[in-house]
Design a protein around this ligand. Sequence first.
Ligand SMILES: Cc1ncc(COP(=O)(O)O)c(C=O)c1O
Length: 436
Amino acid sequence: VTRPDVGIGRAAERAERIDARFKGLAPSTFGLSLDELAAARPRLFDGAFTPPIMVLREEALRHNIETMARYARASGVEHAPHGKTTLAPRIFDLQLEAGAWGLSVGTASQVVLCRAFGFSRVFLANELVDPAAIEWILRELRADPGFEFLAYLDSLDGVRLFADRLPTARPRGGLRGLGLLVEMGPTGGRTGCRSVEEAVEVGRAAAAAGLPVAGVAGYEGGLGSVIDAAVLGRVRAFLGLMRDAAEALLAGGLVGDPGRPILSAGGSVFFDEVVAAFHAPLRGGTTPRTIIRPGAYVSHDAGHYEGLSPFSRPEGIAGFTLQPALEAWGQLVSVPEAGLAIATVGRRDVSFDLGMPIPLRLRRPATGEWQDASGMTVTGLNDQHAFVRVPEDVDARVGDWIAFGISHPCTAFDKWHLLPVVDADHHVVDVVRTYF
Ligand SMILES: Cc1ncc(COP(=O)(O)O)c(C=O)c1O
């Protein structure tokens, strides 16, 4: 669906012409549309691209999407992949085709982006307190009976800001399609009510203002970046607090659809804990409708998430794996000292907040010869350069192309507006456009 009133849409995206705005694309591609570039199937190394360039590995991307969809189905939960990871409607389409319930997003602008592409189920996993954005979303609900929207509440002020817009923008047929989740947050954490009492107070105010309370949400992902008993204890206690809040809201008659209260949590590290914690019926016998929100899983990585995902940790979950789908390609521009090579991949191109890029393999353009680069390490990044330690057994030369795995997809995708999707032989099979 193309929505000219909100900017873009699929047809406009695919017809967009490549030009100098898109780093990594060589001038030989300028003037081609995204679809024309994909149809030409250029190989990464043959002149259509100039490093640095970030690519997505098609097989890994499809594998990850299929894996999480299968896991959600097998676990009896719904999945609203967090779209802020990629901000790529092309990837959202694949996630929804695989069975995702809808999309999570983090900001009002990301809701607008989803609507510009006609996505009908959007879950803003955040508080919405901007009156203009609230009013716009209420109008969208009114204009499109197929639009479903969820967002958080964690304060009386938030309830008031939302409720204040109702008289001017009340959707036809009441507030059909709207669900508000009382957010819980761990003490010392980010947003969210810190106690069941606060949650009930917020829920009561929302219900009194005529706002539909649909359940409880939270985010456990910030509770630890190692997997040990202390972290798992904190995660389980927090998920238990969310259940307690849902039970208290139900007991108070504050949930709009008490037969199907929503419980939502789960990033890409503890979604298995969320599935386990929300599986059992709530007090009173209601089985919650669980929505998990992993986003980073879609590309996975070769660092942070590779170490933490339940699908890639050593103990694992039988039958489920993820593959790193993002690769940053640079070129060695200098080998100034023995044991040191400098590559054209910098902080502008790759994530560095949760670990340095990980050298994978080298390719010599003149011969097409490959070398394993896993013995190399990145010791530092400048804006446009990587410092790469080269062991003695690796023959690294100026001009060689080098592929890096990345650590942390969210801060890697946002550095690219166009990412070629490549097959196992590095031929382009698609082009992904992001909207950061
Ligand atoms: C509220 C919320 N939900 C879900 C996610 C997705 O988690 P992940 O990036 O680990 O996939 C995030 C990530 O920051 C988040 O903030």
